[in-house]
Design a protein around this ligand. Structure first.
Ligand code: GAR
Length: 222
């Protein structure tokens, strides 16, 4: 990873995780990290307004693209921004294999549950939290993992647990989990950018040096 790391984001929704990344890497004490662009999977994604306000370049995926066209579009945008790290932050589409291969070990996804539970095709947003409540799970959480060719399946980089409380609704669980996401996603991206963690050739996540930032990973207010 170069000293100065360029981060691209793929998103489909409101973009609060995109915002958490922008805020983290624009702090006065942070140099050599930049969110250089965002790709929205649809025209109406709220993330586009956030990108406009933050002055971050944005592109919209062509709606009726074939897999091959989508792969070409993504490669052009990501390579064009000279992206070092790609982050799926609420991105609801499968990333084409050629893109996964080109950015192997440098693409991360955040998922709002403790994978490998409550993940996979069709498991996104409120559906995840609904499934957690229906299963009677007492603990859920957030997971950041390296992306491979399947939904929510790649090697796990970090996780943080969140309790499910009596009377919880998908919305209340989502809000509790989202707060944690906003902490662990920037922390995981920084770990990868700084070389503290990497993906080995055998698909194992290797923490190169002791890194666990207690403050970042705890679920405290403020
Ligand atoms: C987040 O909770 C993210 O974990 C989830 O979508 C939400 C996007 O919120 N991703 C998935 O469910 C992926 N399977 P945001 O647009 O406010 O960042």
């Amino acid at each position: 990873m170069p000293d100065s790391v360029r981060i691209a984001v793929l998103a489909s929704g409101g973009g609060s995780n995109f915002q958490a990344l922008v805020d983290r890497f624009r702090r006065a004490d942070v140099r050599y990290r930049e969110v250089v662009g965002v790709i929205a999977s649809r025209e109406r994604a709220g993330v586009l307004e956030r990108a406009r306000r933050a002055g971050v370049a944005a592109a919209i995926a062509p709606p009726a693209a074939t897999r091959a066209e989508m792969a070409t579009f993504l490669r052009r945008a990501l390579d064009g921004w000279r992206s070092d790290i790609v982050v799926l932050a609420g991105y609801m589409k499968l990333v084409p294999e050629t893109v996964v291969r080109a950015y192997w070990g440098r693409i991360l996804n955040i998922h709002p549950a403790l994978l490998p539970s409550f993940g996979g095709r069709g498991m996104y947003g409120a559906r995840v939290h609904q499934a957690v409540i229906e299963a009677g799970a007492r603990v859920t959480g957030a997971t950041v993992h390296f992306v491979d060719e399947a939904y929510d399946r790649g090697p796990i980089l970090c996780q943080w647990p969140v309790p499910v409380l009596a009377g919880d609704t998908p919305e209340s669980v989502a809000a509790r989990v989202l707060k944690v996401e906003h902490r662990i996603l920037p922390a995981a991206v920084e770990a990868l950018a700084s070389g503290a963690v990497r993906l080995d050739a055998d698909r194992r996540v290797h923490w190169v040096r002791e890194w666990f930032e207690t403050d970042t990973f705890t679920n405290r207010e403020g």
